[in-house]
Design a protein around this ligand. Structure first.
Ligand SMILES: Nc1ncnc2c1ncn2[C@@H]1O[C@H](COP(=O)(O)OP(=O)(O)OP(=O)(O)O)[C@@H](O)[C@H]1O
Ligand SMILES: [Mg+2]
Length: 297
């Protein structure tokens, strides 16, 4: 039987992007760019968010594509941001069909490609893209956000990427893997932490010092520190957008805290099962926390 440490290593690699997934993401990127070109004057487009930083969990969905608009589209910037989102929605519905496109909530319009998931796997296919119309502003961007009083949010994905790289380097190159695992827990538990970007923002502060070499204790401690600090204010680490912690109400934070504390207890119990030589039960315990991509063999 596989050891829990080896199972964690395998879990970590199960959450890494495969070449097939990256190829599929590039193919979808080109396709979406073509669709967007039909209706808008686009300066350039790029994949960003957690996908580009390697902090996205699996199965792979909601890859962010920024479509940076040319100056001639700037009239949209003087209208409510719901207008551009509605126009993006229209062009995507025309291509992909009404049932595949979600009504926009915040920055983006989501297109679902109708990909099936079996045991947490998608046969290297990307499930969905989040299409973000963006306006360049100096070295960063403004993106529509009808939930913000101004209607727009400033964001600097380059700074977020640099911070993730620095944190990863400082943590023996294990930081991104731990963030992906925590996002897997979040998804497995119906997303008590919302947005999941908040996990990454908190991890910038909570995972510091040295990686101790044991995933079991690292994750147990990570659950505990997230629970401890979930009620804190977590600003955009790049200093542009609204607080990332604004995505949750107090009652959502209380629920997340309870679930995180429960997860820490479950981690302790799984560690204890190993002490009692109940290897199989220990593996099952971790799988219950993280879902089907945590291997049992
Ligand atoms: N409050 C914010 N202020 C500034 N930028 C933000 C804010 N929230 C998100 N962003 C930027 O927008 C990107 C996309 O946001 P999103 O919510 O899709 O998160 P994500 O990092 O891609 O995580 P996920 O793994 O859930 O897809 C983030 O990666 C970040 O660069
Ligand atoms: Mg995203």
């Amino acid at each position: 039987m596989i050891s829990v440490q080896d199972a964690f290593r395998k879990f970590k690699s199960n959450l890494e992007l495969t070449q097939g997934e990256q190829d599929d993401a590039s193919r979808r990127q080109r396709q979406i760019r073509e669709v967007m070109d039909e209706a808008f004057a686009i300066e350039n487009d790029f994949l960003t968010g957690s996908y580009a930083r390697w902090t996205k969990t699996k199965p792979l969905k909601d890859i962010d594509i920024f479509c940076v608009l040319k100056d001639e589209e700037r009239h949209y910037r003087n209208e409510p941001s719901s207008v551009i989102l509605a126009d993006v929605e229209k062009v995507l519905v025309k291509k992909y069909g009404r049932d595949k496109v979600d009504t926009p909530v915040a920055f983006s319009v989501t297109v679902n490609f109708g990909v099936a998931v079996t045991d947490g796997k998608t046969d290297d296919k990307v499930m969905s893209f989040d299409v973000v119309p963006a306006f360049a502003k100096k070295d960063h961007f403004e993106v529509p956000n009808p939930q913000d009083s101004s209607g727009w949010t400033e964001t600097n994905p380059r700074v977020h990427a640099e911070m993730a790289v620095a944190a990863h380097e400082a943590y023996s190159k294990e930081w991104k893997g731990l963030v992906r695992m925590m996002k897997a827990w979040n998804r497995q538990n119906d997303k008590p932490i919302e947005p999941s970007f908040l996990i990454e923002v908190m991890a910038l502060q909570l995972l510091y010092g040295d990686f101790q070499g044991d995933f079991r204790y690292e994750m147990k401690a990570f659950f505990a520190s997230l629970a401890d600090r979930i009620h804190d204010r977590w600003p955009d680490p790049a200093g542009f957008g609204p607080d990332v912690s604004d995505g949750m109400s107090d009652s959502q934070k209380r629920t997340a805290q309870e679930l995180l504390m429960y997860a820490e207890k479950s981690a302790a119990a799984a560690i204890q099962l190993e002490v009692q030589a109940k290897q199989g039960e220990a593996l099952q315990g971790w799988r219950k926390l993280f879902g089907p991509l945590f291997p049992l063999s």
